[in-house]
Design a protein around this ligand. Structure first.
Ligand code: FEO
Length: 376
């Protein structure tokens, strides 16, 4: 349990900490450890293994170091232990953790491994969220160990996902920040695990799901191609022109029953912005012109949005300038991953005048029409 961690990948905010879940399965003949933990907390795992005399297999579902980082230490303690990993993961594990090749056994998709009275079945689940990712199905207990897939960044000593509202929020944040670019492969992987009877989903971040449908249904909603009647407005303002436009525009959308999520990029939790992008149909970016282009905070947010590849259908830009610049072209060029229709931007010189406000009303009306066209 990493109660105090506040940033992941030096990028992702973790307001509620996180956990790194490793699972020990004692079979009648063999013992397997499923995943390890972040190297910063190796001492915790090694303490928990203090009285475990034997581990035969370390199953690495995913090479990212928050799960595999302690593998070298576990291998050091258990001299006969072997790493079990997907074929794609083998070289990655050697590259990232310098694990000796002779300690690694690769398994194929669907292959099983007997621990005696327990059977592990390995299910490749590629691209959730790296290419080598796989899950393990514990056949006799119908438990699916999914590593990052279905995980949540949430530190809690509530082992199960009973506090549904809280877990939903954390799991959605996790999906938004980590999984969203992989909606197509998530869909394939959900179809794949549908073939299994699952009593418990045990991810390697956050609580365990003893109602698997709770998180599977949430994922189905998040990956669906149908967005919601939401306009996300990330913006920043230097001398209030852009802010005035944003406030007017929000009123105009509100009058048309379009729901708005607004983020002031001078002080935003980018995780919240990412979460709003899970559902939104439209993004309207608000920026002043500075150094001939968009504000650097807007550049950062636009880059993130483009990288996360949300299901957005429409995009536009509103903002202001003093004497010139290429703000619109710059931002449009940054959104090339998004399959969006770009709606005519509204850019004004200095403070917005009557004609600029009218253009904002026209943009709000167009967005409203576009959303109605999607039946949302
Ligand atoms: Fe939890 Fe992709 O690591």
């Amino acid at each position: 349990m990493d109660w105090d961690r506040r940033l992941f990948d030096s990028l992702i905010p973790l307001p509620d900490g996180t956990s790194y879940n490793a699972y020990l399965i004692n079979g009648s003949e063999k013992v397997a450890l499923l995943d390890t933990i972040d190297p910063s907390m190796t001492y915790v795992l090694m303490g928990q293994l203090k009285d475990v005399p034997k581990i035969d297999y370390i199953v690495v579902h995913h090479v990212e170091q928050d799960h595999s980082g302690s593998v070298p230490f576990v291998l050091e303690k258990y001299k006969d232990a072997k790493v079990i990993i997907s074929s794609r993961g083998k070289d990655m594990l050697i590259d990232h953790l310098l694990v000796p090749e002779e300690r690694i056994i690769t398994v194929n998709d669907g292959e099983t491994l007997s621990l005696g009275d327990k059977t592990l079945k390995f299910i490749y689940t590629p691209w959730v969220h790296w290419p080598e990712t796989m899950a393990t199905y514990l056949v006799e207990d119908m438990i699916l160990f999914t590593c990052d897939f279905f995980g949540s960044h949430l530190a809690t000593n509530n082992l199960y996902a009973n506090d549904k509202d809280r877990v939903y929020e954390s799991a959605k944040r996790y999906y938004a920040e980590i999984m969203m670019p992989f909606r197509a492969t998530i869909k394939n992987n959900i179809e794949k695990i549908n073939a299994y009877e699952i009593s418990i989903i045990a991810p390697s971040h956050g609580p365990i799901y003893n109602e698997p449908s709770f998180i599977i249904d949430a994922y189905k909603d998040w990956i669906s191609d149908t967005p919601k009647n939401i306009v996300v407005i990330p913006y920043i303002s230097m001398h209030n022109s852009t802010k005035q436009m944003v406030e007017y525009f929000i009123d105009s959308l509100t009058n048309r029953n379009v729901y708005v999520e607004r983020f002031d990029l001078s002080a935003v939790d980018l995780g919240k912005l990412a979460m709003s992008l899970v559902d939104a149909a439209t993004i309207v970016i608000g920026t002043p012109t500075v150094l001939a282009g968009p504000h650097p905070n807007v550049v950062y947010a636009a880059h993130l949005c483009n990288a996360l590849r949300p299901k957005l259908k429409f995009a536009s830009i509103i903002g202001s300038y003093g004497w010139g610049g290429k703000t619109v072209e710059y931002i449009e060029g940054m959104l090339s991953n998004l399959k969006v229709e770009v709606l005519k931007p509204v850019i004004c010189k200095g403070l917005p005048r009557e004609e600029n406000l009218k253009a904002l009303d026209d943009l709000a009306e167009l967005i409203s029409e576009k959303h109605r066209g999607l039946s949302i």
